[in-house]
Design a binder for this molecule. Structure first.
Ligand SMILES: Cc1cc2nc3c(=O)[nH]c(=O)nc-3n(C[C@H](O)[C@H](O)[C@H](O)COP(=O)(O)OP(=O)(O)OC[C@H]3O[C@@H](n4cnc5c(N)ncnc54)[C@H](O)[C@@H]3O)c2cc1C
Ligand code: SF4
Ligand code: SF4
Length: 425
């Protein structure tokens, strides 16, 4: 048998090696008659090949897929007076904030900052619409791509969607509108669209603002099913799932027909980082902090998780990292307009206190990628993310531990997914 992979095998290798996050971009690159990003047998969104692929198309996918290429902020956007933090990347301002409108603050995942910025961008006519993610109309635990043209649309999409979502599954159609827009997505979605900007010049012309959330990783389908079962809910009977929002973090609300039950964020995720069930790609993520965005918004829980007592009646406060001149200007203009309320400025060390898990992951990324290399796996290409420099700050034993841990994970099959096949109910 030949060792040469077919184009289809090469695309599937991204999925099989646990590097696909289901962003949808390969569908846009190949065309949906050839590649469809859809729910697959293991419950994730992933590409399924519908018609013959060629190597040139798969090369173009490898150049944009956030499983295979992740880059920091484009150099042209890093001004001479931009601060550089080795963990937190380029930044111009870090500030605690919440949405000026109490309704938006309430509806939002944390303090409603991203929703408030989306609404402000529309109302100030800086953009014509927002490309982001709202609750899926077909899969209660998923997100689905949304184009929001009004305040009501943006608010409807407020709140984190922890399940799979494919905001980039039809980016060609979005760009064909030839209208200025803002993109809100996870850091890996931002990486994907930044990569795609090198293949389609309309991206840099039309995407006026890049907004993201700092991301601990998305919830696995298996983790969500285990949560339902722990709570005594029959997974097949679930008709609606709101992970958080309506307070901070707000209730995790599960609907089964006419019945709704509310749980705590901790019931879904567990007490702390050690209990989070994450896809493999999230464990080796070299940029979960949104380095390529203008603005990143995050939670401000000390230690990275809420407590049950502390989250009663918490109205929500975000931290914001403005990385570019455009992001910094947007925050100031939104605050001057009343769309945002700024509390006080903070520094990278403050953000590390809110997000110790991000600091750990950033330091571990390079050694984990070495573990991929040792196992003969695809190693994501990274640029401007400082992961090798960070690893050099650690003792050799610590890097060795991470490297070996990843290799072992692969060896025992914990980093392998089946060849994607369309989900059959
Ligand atoms: C998978 C995931 C993991 C996260 N992990 C962390 C973490 O480790 N630390 C932390 O501080 N914060 C984390 N967050 C972010 C946090 O939950 C808040 O989203 C963030 O603080 C912004 O709050 P907000 O009130 O401004 O958001 P909102 O005003 O509620 O706006 C949220 C925006 O994000 C978009 N969105 C929601 N879900 C998705 C998705 N799955 N894919 C793409 N876009 C989406 C929505 O369309 C909306 O525009 C995570 C969010 C997600 C989705
Ligand atoms: S991460 Fe996105 S581009 Fe890469 S294979 Fe998955 S859906 Fe396709
Ligand atoms: S941890 Fe990284 S790969 Fe996982 S969802 Fe977040 S940004 Fe994407």
């Amino acid at each position: 048998m030949s060792d040469v992979q077919t184009p289809t095998e090469r695309l599937y290798a991204i999925v099989e090696q646990g590097l696909c996050i289901g962003c949808g971009l390969c569908q846009s690159v190949a065309g949906k008659d050839r590649v469809r990003v859809t729910k697959t047998l293991n419950g994730y969104l992933a590409p399924v090949v519908e018609a013959e692929l060629d190597d040139e198309t798969v090369d173009r996918i490898y150049a944009v897929c956030p499983g295979t290429r992740i880059e920091g902020l484009p150099e042209r956007l890093v001004e001479g007076d931009t601060h550089q933090d080795n963990v937190w990347g380029p930044w111009r301002r870090m500030v605690r904030a919440w949405a000026g409108d109490p309704e938006i603050r309430f509806e939002g995942s944390t303090g409603g900052v991203l929703t408030a910025l989306g609404v402000y961008l529309l109302e100030s006519k800086r953009v014509d619409f927002i490309l982001h993610v709202k609750t899926s109309s077909t899969e209660p635990s998923f997100g689905e791509r949304a184009l929001s043209f009004s305040e009501a649309d943006v608010i409807e999409a407020a709140g984190s969607r922890y399940g799979p979502a494919a905001p980039l599954n039809n980016i060609g159609e979005v760009l064909d509108r030839n209208q200025p827009f803002a993109f809100i997505g996870k850091p890996c979605d931002i990486s994907a669209l930044r990569n795609y900007a090198k293949q389609d010049e309309r991206v840099d012309k039309l995407v006026k603002y890049w907004l993201t959330l700092v991301c601990g990783g998305y919830g696995t389908p298996q983790g969500t099913i285990a949560f339902y079962k722990r709570m005594g809910i029959v997974p097949d009977q679930v008709t609606g799932l709101r992970y958080r929002g309506r307070g901070c973090p707000g209730p995790t609300r599960v609907e089964t027909g006419n019945k709704a039950q509310e749980f705590h964020y901790i019931d879904y995720w567990g007490e702390d980082e050690t209990t989070w069930q994450l896809p493999f790609r999230c464990k080796i993520c070299p940029d979960a902090i949104g380095e390529a965005a203008d603005v990143a918004a995050l939670d401000t829980w000390v230690g990275g998780s809420p407590t049950r007592e502390g989250s009663v009646d918490d109205p929500g406060t975000n931290a914001i990292i403005a990385r570019t001149v455009a992001g910094e200007e947007l925050i100031a203009a939104a605050a001057a307009d009343g769309a945002l309320t700024l509390e006080y400025d903070i520094v990278p060390d403050t953000v590390s206190v809110y997000q110790p898990h991000q600091v750990n992951k950033k330091y571990a990324a390079w050694a984990r990628h070495q573990g991929l290399k040792d196992a003969g796996r695809i190693v994501p290409q990274t640029e401007r993310l400082r992961i090798a420099e960070l690893a050099q700050e650690l003792p050799d034993a610590s890097n060795q531990f991470q490297r070996e841990g990843t290799r072992k994970r692969i060896e025992i099959g914990k980093a392998t997914e089946p060849t994607p096949e369309t989900w059959k109910p």
